[in-house]
Design a protein around this ligand. Structure first.
Ligand SMILES: CC(C)(COP(=O)(O)OP(=O)(O)OC[C@H]1O[C@@H](n2cnc3c(N)ncnc32)[C@H](O)[C@@H]1OP(=O)(O)O)[C@@H](O)C(=O)NCCC(=O)NCCS
Length: 411
């Protein structure tokens, strides 16, 4: 059976709140955030009626309470999709939403469905990271995995040990840049168009959550320098150079290229290739490196062919290790997270994979000459995910450098 082409037609997210009682989503259910995203995707694309969506796949790292009971099915019912719509839940920790998208895309590619919605949600206020997990003690004893592997911030400190040339000053500089890039993107109206406003009840009354709560646009190196290091005494990882604890949902509308054509929809991106790869759990932040090498091998592309890189900023140190591996320009590689990343925007775990993808979608729209984009992220317990998308909003004139080189050789 020949795989069918899969396209991303649209994507949207909620604002990202701060987790906990001060966050605007504290009194809002995670599944209602998912429903908001699904309804908005349908509102924005009226050619797709609710009964046309055949599959609804949602990722969440904690699958219980308001994120339990097979979120893909419950949210399909709540959102008013047809009762014939199938639904599934996915867990690959931080890459749960990314995996929801690649799973739904694979299903479409194999002809199981024509149209699917996929995304990720995490209400870290309702579900603090790992709070109800019960790791098998053999995990630590028999398999000799260090206890550090369970605390993501400790894995980031381990990366500092592994790469002593990545200094605390460098991670702070990276973090400040992320904050400033997001501040600029907000000013230019680039972020709010990715957000569906949601009216939510808070202790201050009803408010409209339409902007992220995490960004600190006034961040300075001085302000970052002396922040506490919660993961190791005298460590290097601080609340300033790490992603935060957040609530949010993000989803995309996927279909076969043929279906998009039939419905007269203009798809935004075509899925080129994706993969996942494992690394040592104690240094989980390295995950994007092997996953990206692998996705390049699968696609035949190289970093030179990539016009935009959306790298999830779980921790600055892990992003710098990625930059070094792929020889990206320090400190400001123009292709990398041009509108900032999770350090500024927030990282509601499972939601972040699709968020990287909708950044690519908008970056492509703003840069018609761009051809390929990479979305990549690290995953707790030692994995990385990488997905390559092709711009369908461009003029299609740019030839991938690698293919151009091959042609020359043949002559
Ligand atoms: C690092 C971490 C423990 C910090 O938690 P926290 O203490 O609740 O963080 P806060 O955002 O409240 O920041 C603490 C303080 O740091 C300071 N701070 C944070 N960012 C700052 C910045 N950019 N500039 C200046 N000060 C900053 C503030 O003073 C803040 O205090 P405030 O309440 O007065 O504003 C938490 O964010 C964390 O665990 N992050 C990692 C999440 C994770 O592992 N995700 C999965 C990745 S795989």
């Amino acid at each position: 059976m020949k795989a069918r082409e899969v396209v991303l037609v649209d994507g949207i997210r909620t604002a990202y709140g701060r987790a906990g009682e001060k966050g605007f989503f504290w009194h809002t259910r995670a599944d209602d955030m998912v429903v908001k995203v699904i309804r908005e995707l349908l509102r924005r694309n009226p050619q797709v009626t609710p009964d046309m969506v055949e599959e609804n796949v949602w990722g969440a790292t904690t699958q219980e309470g308001d994120q339990g009971l097979t979120l893909g099915r419950t949210s399909a019912i709540l959102a008013g999709l047809s009762e014939k719509c199938a639904g599934a839940s996915i867990d690959r920790m931080c890459a749960s939403g990314m995996t929801a998208v690649t799973t739904a895309a694979s299903e479409i590619a194999l002809g199981a469905f024509d149209i699917a919605i996929a995304g990720g949600v995490e209400h870290m206020g309702h579900h603090p990271m790992g709070a109800t997990a019960d790791p098998n003690p053999r995990f630590l004893v028999d398999r000799l995995v260090s206890e550090d592997a369970i605390v993501m911030g400790k894995t980031a400190e381990n990366l500092h040990d592994m790469f002593p040339e990545i200094s605390k000053e460098m991670t702070d500089e990276y973090a400040m840049l992320s904050q400033h890039k997001t501040a600029r993107a907000y000013k230019e109206g680039k972020i709010t168009k990715m957000i569906v406003p949601m009216t939510v009840y808070t202790p201050e009354g009803w408010v409209v959550a339409d902007r992220d709560q995490q960004p600190r646009p006034d961040t300075t190196l001085e302000g970052l320098r002396d922040l506490h290091t919660p993961f190791r005494p005298m460590g290097k990882v601080t609340p300033g150079n790490a992603s935060g604890l957040n609530d949010g949902a993000c989803g995309v509308l996927l279909m076969s290229a043929d279906k998009a054509k039939e419905l007269n929809l203009q798809p935004k991106m075509r899925l080129v290739a994706f993969t996942y790869a494992g690394v040592k759990a104690e240094v989980m932040g390295l995950g994007p490196i092997p996953a990206t090498h692998k996705v390049f091998k699968i696609s035949g592309l190289t970093m030179d062919d990539i016009d935009f890189i959306e790298l999830n900023e779980a921790f600055a140190v892990q992003c710098i290790a990625f930059m070094q591996e792929f020889k990206l320009k320090w400190p400001d590689e123009p292709r990398l997270n041009p509108w900032g990343g999770a350090i500024a925007l927030g990282h509601p775990l499972a939601s972040s994979g699709p968020r990287l993808m909708i950044h690519l979608m908008h970056e492509f729209a703003a840069n018609p000459k761009a051809k390929y984009g990479l979305a990549t992220m690290c995953v707790g317990l030692g994995q990385g995910g990488s997905v390559i998308w092709e711009n369908l909003q461009g003029d299609g004139k740019k030839t991938p450098k690698k293919k151009a080189a091959t042609k020359k050789k043949k002559k």
